[in-house]
Design a protein around this ligand. Structure first.
Ligand SMILES: Nc1nc2c(ncn2[C@@H]2O[C@H](COP(=O)(O)OP(=O)(O)OP(=O)(O)O)[C@@H](O)[C@H]2O)c(=O)[nH]1
Ligand SMILES: [Mg+2]
Length: 310
């Protein structure tokens, strides 16, 4: 943003948007959290964990990097929710200064190719991150893969990294800085995200569903925060979270035998909520069936699956 008294080139600060894109499960959210130095986006071993675009803002004395984590781009998006996720991911190509295209070391699929094709069509600078290199003891065995990926997409830099060990993270930052415009900070220095506390709380609960439940159930589940308020007398937060599933059978699985499953997920979620809210937390989880919510545009919109943030 130009200022009255300084021209762009004189401004000694950099700020801009960096989209993190790629197919599901390559480690996009883990990488963003690592670059931020704090957990903001939820992660799990299951593909299609991230469903919404989420900004993670990292401000230093030299620069403000606004990362945009996105849902994994996937093929065969037959349900409304999958189309919503792909739309959210695609929109990241719009207004960003640089793209981090994340690939999993040793694996190249049709879905990676589809993302590569989109990158090739855009004029935004692309930094390719080959993630999960910690899985390879002998790094030399990766060379042919790096070369193969290099031939698939036009890029400014290609960096082998591990979000687990943070190997390559300094290189990511210095490559990003080559592409961020000289301008004043976009957000106040203490902003960490564009998302509300309610959204982050719902995501924390959803993460426990993704991490705990079997193959199919988490995909039929979404979370709504019905209440999030601080009780001055009790000096603690009261949170009511409603877990919506699509079928009575799924409700049974979420609750588990004698309620053990939901109890365990509540314990896990509460730990993260205490960190998020920096205070004591009383969490109540409820489960309800809302048939077909994931393939119903209106239900989706009312559950927060809309480009208008809550
Ligand atoms: N070994 C290894 N695993 C990783 C690394 N980074 C991420 N993972 C794991 O890969 C899985 C997927 O990570 P996410 O960060 O959720 O991946 P994502 O690309 O955001 O996935 P979606 O949101 O589903 O598109 C999780 O089990 C992570 O712990 C890494 O550097 N090394
Ligand atoms: Mg993710």
């Amino acid at each position: 943003m130009s200022q009255d008294t300084q021209s762009q080139s004189e401004i000694n600060y950099q700020a801009g948007f960096i989209a993190v894109i790629g197919r599901p499960n390559v480690g996009k959210s883990t990488i963003m959290n690592g670059l931020l130095g704090q957990k903001l986006s939820i992660t799990s071993a299951k593909p299609q964990t991230t469903r919404h675009r989420i900004h993670g803002i990292h401000t230093t004395d030299q620069a403000q990097m606004v990362f945009v984590d996105t849902p994994g781009m996937h093929l065969g998006a037959s349900k409304s929710i999958n189309r919503y996720m792909n739309r959210a991911a695609n929109s990241a190509f719009g207004d960003v200064d640089v793209i981090l295209f994340v690939v999993e070391a040793g694996r190249w699929s049709q879905e990676d190719q589809a993302v590569a094709d989109k990158c090739t069509k855009s004029d935004i600078p692309i930094i390719v991150l080959i993630n999960k290199i910690d899985k390879f003891k002998n790094k030399e065995t990766l060379f042919p893969f790096l070369q193969k990926v290099g031939e698939k997409v036009t890029f400014e830099a290609l960096i082998p990294i591990s979000a687990y060990t943070k190997s390559g993270f300094d290189a990511i930052v210095s490559e990003i800085l080559k592409h961020l415009p000289r301008q004043a900070a976009i957000f106040p220095a203490d902003y960490i995200t564009d998302r509300s506390t309610r959204f982050l709380a719902a995501e924390i609960v959803r993460e426990k569903l993704m991490r705990t439940l079997g193959e199919e159930v988490p995909y039929g589940a979404t979370v709504e925060i019905e209440q999030l308020k601080f009780d001055e007398d009790e000096n603690r937060w009261h949170i009511n979270a409603l877990i919506l599933v699509e079928r009575p059978g799924q409700k049974q699985i979420v609750i588990g035998k004698s309620g053990e499953q939901i109890k365990q997920m509540g314990i896990q979620a509460r730990k993260d909520l205490i960190q998020l809210l920096e205070g004591r937390v009383h969490l109540e989880l409820w489960v309800k069936v809302k048939e077909n919510w994931s393939d119903d545009e209106r239900a989706l919109a009312s559950l927060g699956y809309t480009e208008d943030h809550r």
